[in-house]
Design a protein around this ligand. Structure first.
Ligand code: NI
Length: 186
């Protein structure tokens, strides 16, 4: 089932999300719906707050984003109650975008390697290291469950440049070709 994506301006995107309890009903179904929603919007990642749920869950699929012949370096995974325990290496810039903030993209500086603990949708626990694009997408989604958005990290000059456009997005005045809703009442 495709869920509506919550656009920039919804308070849920700014909340630190709650852990999911291990008796949460039908977690695999939520994961399935989140993947379906992400694919329908051509995304590589999607987090709980983006579908209006203030829960520590996100899904990632970087397989299609890898260079030809390197698809096996991509990952397709759900991350439940994730905790990034380390970020290392020399920070690098990469242009990010977000399904909740359509039409805006910008360089974000992040470290290239992370260590992360999390559960999958069957409550199997992992402690893993990721790097490059995989780490990048995970860091972006992880920020969502911490109530942070990539536009927070834009350099001051770029921030000024997108300010007006961001306000248009918030008001839902941007054309979007996937299911999204905006918090238009003030
Ligand atoms: Ni995002």
């Amino acid at each position: 089932m495709i869920l509506p994506i919550f656009g920039y301006g919804y308070p849920v995107l700014r909340k630190v999300a709650d852990d999911i309890e291990d008796d949460f009903e039908n977690l695999p179904k939520l994961v399935e719906d989140m993947f379906e929603t992400m694919y329908a919007a051509d995304g590589v990642g999607l987090a709980g707050p983006q579908v209006g749920k203030s829960l520590r869950i996100f899904v990632v699929d970087t397989i299609q984003s890898m260079e030809k012949g390197e698809e096996d370096k991509g990952i397709k995974k759900a991350f439940i109650n994730a905790k990034i325990t380390a970020e290392t290496g020399k920070a690098w810039d990469y242009e990010e975008g977000c399904l909740s903030i359509p039409s805006i993209r910008g360089d974000v500086t992040r470290k290239p390697q992370i260590r992360i603990t999390y559960f999958d949708e069957n409550w199997k626990k992992y402690d893993e290291i990721y790097e490059g694009l995989n780490a990048r997408v995970i860091q972006h989604e992880y920020d969502h469950i911490e109530g942070k958005l990539f536009v927070d990290y834009l350099k001051p000059i770029k921030k000024r440049m997108v300010k007006r456009k961001l306000e248009k997005v918030r008001q839902g005045l941007i054309e979007v070709d996937y299911k999204i809703k905006f918090n238009t009442k003030r």
